[in-house]
Design a binder for this molecule. Sequence first.
Ligand SMILES: [Mg+2]
Length: 375
Amino acid sequence: MSVLDQKIKSMDVWHVQLPVKTRRDHGIGTVADNIDVVIVRLTAESGVCGYGEGSPWVVFTGTAEANFAALDRYLRPLIVGRSICELQQIMLDAERAVVHCGEARAALETALLDLKGRLLGVPVYELLGGAVRTTIPLSVSLANPDFDADIALVDQLREDNIRLVKFKTGIRDHQFDLMRIERLRKDYPEFDIRVDYNQGLAPTDALRKLRDIECFDVTFIEQPVPAQDYRVMQNLAAAIDTPLLADETVFSAADMTRAVEDRLCNCVSVKIMKCGGLSRGQTIAAIAQSAGMAAYGGDMFETGIAHLAGTHMIAATPNISLGCEFYQASYYLVEDLLQAPYPIVDGQVVVPDSPGLGMEVDIERLERLSINYAG
Ligand SMILES: [Mg+2]
């Protein structure tokens, strides 16, 4: 009998609120005080556990409350009592059982893969095709409304040998954005700069503003206009020389197919929270690769658990080659849910090579920061 024949004995779900260090302004919304995530733990008959995280953002993908209910109420009956070897079928059943709530399915697939990897004694990336890289360049986003505080952060990033930064733009006025990028170009020339509008520009004057941004030789410009303004994305991609990266425009494999067919972008942000899991993220990356597009490892407001899921996916996906933005656990949360620091060395995420996700969850913090619905 294979270790994978054993059943999933129990499932635990937590809604966790984690304090953050500063307010952050992104095109479509603000984060302050706390982030909300949902954590799931699956326990096999042998007592081995696997963890997963769903990290919604209310203005982008959805709510923690909806994802908690998706897991706790609607997906639980599909999971408890099933064998680990049914992973793929469980995910197909989960897709049919609950619409939306992709973060809940991302949490579920992560926990199943973590559990399967631990039972087999292999890292999650081995279950996704095997690693093509052992490190991933880390990007940190600059979104503090207090620019002096962001400059202090950039000083720290320089000390830490991080060389990728992404400006969150389109929140205040255009001159504020140009001033910030110009300052960084001038005083921190060693940094690779990216720009993300989070849909913040009006379609009518987006092109004029992007042409100003192009003067600073940025690596890519991400999602300048609302997700469904497909014709505007198409026109911008054709008009500017800088690669246009789609984020909110591409949630699913079908969205990626449209982006390729209609030339809506030159590259794409793959996030397991948008598409509902690691294998679906790999599918989106594969469609992009078929059109010669590179992909970027995006994320939501996450803890180290979701960062690890993304890390293993990127390790096993050749064309997610533009780095990742898994900085929250180290630079944004007051405390993370992993026992040891999420692994960043010299500006690179180091892909863990021990079984499952490769790191342990801090149960005390998880319990202390969770919301008790029972009151
Ligand atoms: Mg984005």
